[in-house]
Design a protein around this ligand. Structure first.
Ligand code: ADP
Length: 403
């Protein structure tokens, strides 16, 4: 019975961090730039050794862009009869120059004695092997900033200046350096630094609409049809999008989608619901803890408004509710609690306070038929527990003030 349990996943593995997708929405331009940087490997192989720098914050697709380029470029070259290899090295895992050079040899399947060779001898053996087999290689050093700070500038020079002291007529090794920022480059001499800066591809954090396209594509690979609605994807994209105050981090967005899928599956749901996503976001962040602290000292009517928002979100099941609806619900709650409702301007101010504290998300809708309205949303959860927490707080507060 366990084995035949139906699943919402078509391919859960495709959402794991190691997976390399076929396409990369919104990174086509960057891949083209890489192709153009390395096209000499086909038009005039060996004429020079290219070095390109990719920078961007976490989750902007640096690693996957280099990998997809490497995979597709070498594949296309092979069809045309060119022997180009792609090597990808994570400098977190290979921290010393010795490890990096050994790893290059291992990935190129160059047999080296396991002991006794110096780094220089190993490197020469690699260059010799490439010559003998008439092979070219593109080597990516990922997390290069890490390598630079641990292995030091001599190690960096050893790699970056591969062909400076060797009189090689054919230059077979080419490099892609991946780094979080350019600050570590100042440890290079100014000629090398300015060379790398001129060959720099900068990846910006993803906006909400870019993340939506990425999630849409990745979800279509991972889940069966009809399991994830666009509304769900937009909700995650809005939470993480750089233009919406998020980190613009695709890794984070995909992690939330995967976790929401796992939660939906464990609850036996046949679709991913907003509350699965809220739970996933809560699990992947420390937000809820900060939130409880942010509302601890809120005026009681700010809390009643928050309660109204949570109740409406739960009742309607929508990703956001409108300002007008919140006001009505707030008035109902005030009546239940025997409290005099505050005026519109005060309510609006409370909502803006909640937004500033990061408790809710509020924004103006696009211009619709009836003009603009404020849309209010909560991205973490689960909302039932959050509601209970807020409700308790209100009753405690009112109890105290009434005594
Ligand atoms: P970085 O190296 O900048 O930290 P990664 O390349 O590791 O970021 O990307 C993080 C995650 O997001 C990976 O799972 C990757 O497959 C995915 N990803 C990033 N950009 C895209 C994109 N444009 N399209 C599809 N998936 C993407």
């Amino acid at each position: 019975e366990e084995l035949n349990k139906p699943t919402i996943f078509k391919s859960r593995e495709s959402l794991t961090p190691e997976y390399i997708p076929d396409n990369l929405p919104h990174r086509e331009k960057e891949i083209k730039a890489l192709v153009s940087a390395f096209k000499h490997l086909i038009t005039s192989p060996g004429s020079f050794s290219q070095r390109v720098l990719i920078v961007g914050s976490v989750g902007t697709g640096k690693t996957v862009t280099a990998r997809v380029f490497g995979r597709d470029f070498t594949r296309a070259a092979k069809i045309k009869g060119y022997n180009i290899r792609y090597v990808h090295i994570n400098c977190h895992r290979n921290r010393t120059l010795y490890n990096v050079v050994t790893e290059i040899a291992r990935q190129l399947e160059i047999p080296l004695p396991s002991r006794g060779l110096s780094v220089k001898e190993m490197y020469d053996a690699i260059l010799g092997y490439l010559d003998e087999s008439d092979t070219y290689a593109i080597v990516t050093l990922d997390e290069f900033h890490y390598f630079a700070s641990i292995a030091g500038s001599d190690a960096v020079y050893f790699i970056v200046r591969t062909y400076d002291d060797i009189n090689a007529s054919i230059k077979r090794l080419n490099f892609i350096f991946i780094s979080l920022d350019t600050s570590k480059l100042s440890l290079l001499d100014s000629t090398t630094e300015s060379y790398l800066l001129r060959h720099m591809i900068k990846l910006k954090p993803y906006t909400s609409s870019e993340l939506f396209d990425i999630l849409k594509y990745r979800a279509s690979q991972a889940f069966y049809e009809g399991i994830v609605d666009d509304e769900i994807l937009r909700f995650i994209a809005d939470y993480e999008g750089s233009d919406r105050g998020g980190g613009g981090n695709a890794r984070h967005a995909i992690e939330i989608l995967l976790l929401a899928g796992d939660i939906a599956e464990s609850e036996g749901a046949d679709k991913i619901q907003l509350d699965h996503v809220r739970k996933a976001i809560m699990k992947t962040s420390r937000e809820i803890i900060n939130i409880s602290e942010s509302i601890l000292y809120s005026p009681v009517h700010e809390l009643i408004i928050l309660w109204a928002i949570i109740r409406l979100l739960r009742r309607t099941g929508r990703p956001f509710v409108k300002m007008g609806e919140v006001e009505k619900e707030y008035e109902v709650l005030c009546e239940v609690l025997g409290e005099q409702p505050r005026r519109h301007t005060q309510i609006y101010e409370y909502i803006m306070n909640l937004k500033k504290a990061g408790v809710i998300d509020a924004r103006t809708s696009g211009k619709g038929l009836r003009g603009r309205t404020t849309l209010i949303s909560i991205h973490y959860g689960p909302l039932d527990l959050f509601e209970k927490h807020v409700e308790d707080l209100i009753y405690r507060r009112l109890g105290v003030s009434k005594r």
